[in-house]
Design a protein around this ligand. Structure first.
Ligand SMILES: *Cc1c(COP(=O)(O)O)cnc(C)c1O
Length: 380
């Protein structure tokens, strides 16, 4: 007799007709096919085309920023965004260890190092209080920039991540980072459609980054975007991600070490069709979240809901179990019964490659790591 049989049954009921219930699957009921055919008929399937322009306009609108740059994936968007705020060889970047590995890899790709700061228990994202505590102990302003007294390295950026689409406490974080003159790059890869105080996340930092990978709320197959209100940075982002080629009718002159990170038109076509349905996806996920909240709350299980003053996109929904033993049992029973569930990420510094970077006590991250499980969350 399994402890979670009734729960498995309830989850199945939310996804009628499915033998296997995936964690998150994309849904293509809009203009996807017609837009994709349009790109093929036009021959514009590659790195330029009208859907790229349309996607960048739609994204600027939806993210509440003035400029969007479409790129191949969220990881490369993070890499370029960090470079653009001035992260250089040997610098340090404040971020959380409770995240997907791409957040940290993007720092390493810039030959910089992460400093792992704890998360808040309620948001599961970077804790402004923990950032402040760390900087009070280790921070020092030299020539207007923040340095780490322990390593003598420049702390060149702070990169919060909005875990599963739940916004971090941005207002507090902005105050702390402004005090120390540290620019913020938001890893909003998971949070298209989430809001903090009625403003889209991704629009609070100097730059924000989104992902449109197949498992995210909106997918372009693979894809990412950099958003910003800073026109100069936006223009630089476009330049760097398109091989740093100087505009010229026919000559090839490249004035920087750029990247081939352009989003192909064929992917942008898919992204446009998906973005048109964002409100539908958000509404259906919210319905599912309400059903889950009612079910789990009456059974004494903590279903994670959005914080006051925020709107979550409920990309991946999650419950918090009592302890690791319960968590492991829940994972086993659900997956054995074709209901896909997954634990939250192993903390990044537990992999040997990332073990030697500076970190604080990680009290909340360690607590959540043992207890949080994602449950099926697809829009239906
Ligand atoms: C998905 C994701 C990324 C990377 O996006 P890709 O498009 O897969 O490269 C980065 N950070 C977080 C937190 C993510 O969830």
């Amino acid at each position: 007799m399994s402890k979670y049989l009734e729960t498995i049954h309830f989850i199945r009921e939310q996804f009628p007709g499915k033998d296997f219930v995936p964690l998150h699957e994309p849904k293509f009921n809009g203009n996807e096919k017609s837009y994709l055919l349009e790109t093929i008929d036009s021959t514009y399937v590659s790195s330029v085309g009208p859907f790229v322009d349309k996607f960048e306009e739609m994204m600027a609108d939806l993210s509440g920023t003035s400029k969007t740059i479409a790129v191949v994936n969220g990881t490369s968007a993070l890499q370029v965004a960090l470079r653009l705020v001035g992260v250089n060889n040997g610098d340090e970047v404040l971020t959380q260890a409770l995240t997907f590995v791409a957040t940290v890899n993007a720092i390493l790709y810039n030959s910089a190092q992460p400093i792992f700061i704890d998360v808040d228990l309620d948001t599961m994202g970077l804790s402004p209080r923990a950032v402040a505590t760390f900087l009070e102990e280790f921070g020092e302003i030299r020539d207007g920039f923040c340095f780490n007294k322990k390593t003598n390295k420049k702390i060149a950026a702070c990169m919060p991540m909005h875990t599963f689409g739940f916004p971090v406490d941005l207002e507090e974080l902005i105050i702390v980072c402004n005090n120390w003159n540290i620019p913020i790059v938001e890893d909003a890869a998971e949070s298209m459609g989430s809001e903090y105080k009625n403003r889209p996340v991704g629009s609070f930092g100097k730059l924000g980054v989104f992902s449109f990978n197949g498992n995210k709320i909106i997918t372009s197959g693979g894809g990412g975007a950099i958003v910003t209100d800073d026109w100069e940075l936006g223009a630089k982002a476009k330049h760097l991600t398109t091989t740093a080629k100087r505009p010229h009718p026919y000559e090839y002159v490249h004035d920087d070490m750029g990247y081939n990170f352009r989003m192909p038109n064929i992917n942008a076509a898919l992204a446009c069709a998906q973005l048109e349905q964002l409100d539908l996806f958000l509404a259906d996920k919210r319905n599912l979240a309400t059903a889950y909240a009612n079910y789990f709350t009456t059974r004494g299980i903590n279903f994670r809901e959005e914080q006051p003053n925020t709107k979550a996109n409920y990309w991946l929904m999650c419950i918090e179990l009592e302890n690791k033993k319960d968590r492991d049992l829940f994972l086993k029973e659900t997956n054995d019964n074709s209901v896909m569930t997954r634990p939250i990420w192993q903390l990044i510094f537990k992999s040997s490659l990332y073990a030697d970077f500076q970190k604080d006590d990680q009290k909340n991250a360690l607590f959540l790591e043992q207890r949080i499980v994602n449950i099926p969350s697809s829009a239906r």
